[in-house]
Design a protein around this ligand. Structure first.
Ligand code: ADE
Length: 226
């Protein structure tokens, strides 16, 4: 998988690329590149934004700036380029990111993430350049960079081998194996801590009962909305 992130803060991703499951994925041949939107701006002095038509506070990232960055990256027309790859604009008002969308993205060959800043993108970026507009939650961030990292994190850990041990992502929160429910509780040593023990079934060595207990607790958590 190849992920390109278009951002005004490419340095932010240096730290992210060093994190274990990301560096594992990169070592396996996947790629994550952060591309500076200012590097290809057709405007002078590294300008990327402008005042909103109709007035109001804040600045809006220009569609021609994003188009120039995509055109340079793909060496192709930026509107046509979205026909062969997922182009995701990050915005608070977009489709809510969830495990199902992470699964959907994990099988893509190429994803481009567009990080907004200020008041976000000119609407024509969403309409003409992106294939999706995605939000990581109902709150407003200062920009799309952290949202891009959340998406990359969730998607990279689904790639075979990225976690270093294959079974982990199978039976985890919101997975099909748990019927979309949150994961069951985990316990490890010590078996007793300040008078708080561990459910006896987990110490029983009976894998069938352990499995039943886990499914039951996962369903209970779903019911409780935890
Ligand atoms: N940009 C600003 N807020 C955001 C959010 N909640 N999700 C994705 N991108 C954003």
């Amino acid at each position: 998988m190849k992920i390109d992130v278009l951002t005004l803060f490419p340095d932010w991703f240096d730290w992210f690329r060093r994190q274990r499951h990301v560096s594992n994925a990169l070592a396996l041949g996947h790629s994550l590149e952060a591309i500076d939107l200012r590097a290809t701006t057709p405007l002078g002095a590294g300008q990327v934004d402008d005042t909103p038509y109709g007035g109001g506070a804040g600045m809006v990232i220009r569609v021609d700036v994003v188009a120039a960055a995509l055109g340079a990256r793909w060496r192709a027309d930026p509107v046509e380029g979205r026909g062969s790859r997922r182009v995701i604009a990050l915005a608070a008002g977009g489709r809510r990111f969830d495990d199902a969308l992470a699964d959907e993205l994990a099988v893509e060959e190429e994803i481009t993430l567009l990080c907004g800043r200020y008041e976000g993108f000119d609407e024509r970026v969403h309409e003409q350049l992106a294939t999706d507009v995605v939000s990581i939650g109902p709150y407003v961030l200062a920009g799309g960079e952290l949202a891009a990292m959340v998406i990359c994190d969730a998607v990279f850990r689904k790639l075979p081998g990225a976690l270093g041990h294959e079974s982990s992502p199978i039976e985890e929160s919101f997975s099909a194996a748990l019927g979309g429910a949150p994961e069951y509780p985990h316990y490890t040593r010590p078996a007793e801590w300040r008078g708080h023990g561990v459910p006896a079934v987990l110490l029983s060595g009976d894998h069938g009962r352990v499995h039943e207990w886990r499914i039951e607790r996962s369903r209970r958590r779903a019911g409780e909305g935890l």
